[in-house]
Design a protein around this ligand. Structure first.
Ligand code: HEC
Ligand code: HEC
Ligand code: HEC
Ligand code: HEC
Length: 151
């Protein structure tokens, strides 16, 4: 009797730990403080990695997650904090880096270079235009983001 109870207990404990492992795995997705952006979609890069301070953008500059992370359903961004974060290139998988603005509108939406430039450079340019005194040093030119040479 006691032996059977122990077996049931052991199985229950095992099942709980499997479930917990699964949960913690999902909750653990965390962005590094600094990310070297160098998407694998491009087998050959013409530029070095772009150093992106994720934590600073979040905490110091107080940019909301959904300014950069999204998941569109019927044209609406339904992504919210806590949802899975996919890599930009998981969706923006159109790789053209020359003449990308000549692509059809549908392809432009999924072009990775345009996605990054619209998001990063787009916000920076807008802030600089709004308040030049405050944002005079925000990176808007190639070399300010692409600071590293390609190796
Ligand atoms: C605000 C930051 C920012 C500015 C300014 C900027 N870029 Fe980028 N660019 C990025 C990021 C981020 C990526 C994605 C990098 C990656 O994943 O390799 C990128 C990707 C690229 C790529 C494709 C990847 C590669 O290595 O070939 C090219 C080409 C490029 N940028 C050229 C330029 C040029 C030319 C300018 C200036 C006219 C410029 N960028 C300005 C942030 C910027
Ligand atoms: C200014 C833009 C920006 C903001 C704001 C931002 N992120 Fe990110 N985040 C990025 C970029 C870019 C990446 C790298 C994506 C890639 O490698 O394709 C990233 C990566 C991540 C990752 C890692 C994904 C992985 O590949 O493992 C997580 C998790 C994440 N962000 C969560 C958040 C959360 C939560 C917030 C808000 C509290 C937030 N981010 C705010 C741009 C941003
Ligand atoms: C789950 C898929 C998915 C992921 C992941 C994703 N995007 Fe997008 N993104 C889209 C789609 C689809 C659109 C086009 C929406 C529309 O129809 O206008 C879009 C549009 C955009 C746009 C133009 C409209 C806007 O929202 O400003 C930018 C810029 C952009 N994405 C940048 C990024 C960046 C940078 C990342 C990574 C941090 C990223 N996207 C991750 C699917 C995705
Ligand atoms: C919604 C607005 C917004 C978006 C989107 C954004 N940034 Fe920024 N970024 C800022 C602000 C605000 C600063 C701080 C400027 C200052 O105080 O001079 C900044 C500063 C920077 C700096 C210089 C200081 C530092 O923290 O390293 C770099 C480099 C930079 N951003 C890269 C990027 C890249 C790469 C992306 C896209 C993945 C991006 N940013 C997306 C608003 C934005």
């Amino acid at each position: 009797m006691a032996k059977r109870f122990l077996t049931v207990l052991a199985v229950a404990v095992l099942m709980c730990s499997v479930a917990l492992l699964g949960l913690s795995g999902a909750a653990e997705q965390k962005a590094p403080d600094v990310i070297q952006l160098q998407a694998k979609l491009w087998k050959e890069h013409t530029k070095g990695p772009v150093e992106f301070h994720h934590k600073k953008h979040q905490d110091e500059y107080k940019i909301k997650c959904d300014q950069c992370h999204h998941d569109y359903k019927d044209g609406k961004n339904t992504w919210k904090e806590g949802d899975e974060v996919k890599k930009c290139m998981d969706c923006h998988n159109e790789p053209t880096i020359k003449g990308e603005k000549k692509l059809s509108p549908d392809k432009q939406k999924l072009n990775l270079k345009l996605a990054y430039h619209e998001n990063c450079q787009g916000c920076h340019k807008e802030l600089k235009k709004k308040d030049k005194a405050k944002y005079g040093k925000i990176p808007t030119t190639c070399i300010k983001c692409h600071t590293k040479s390609k190796k």
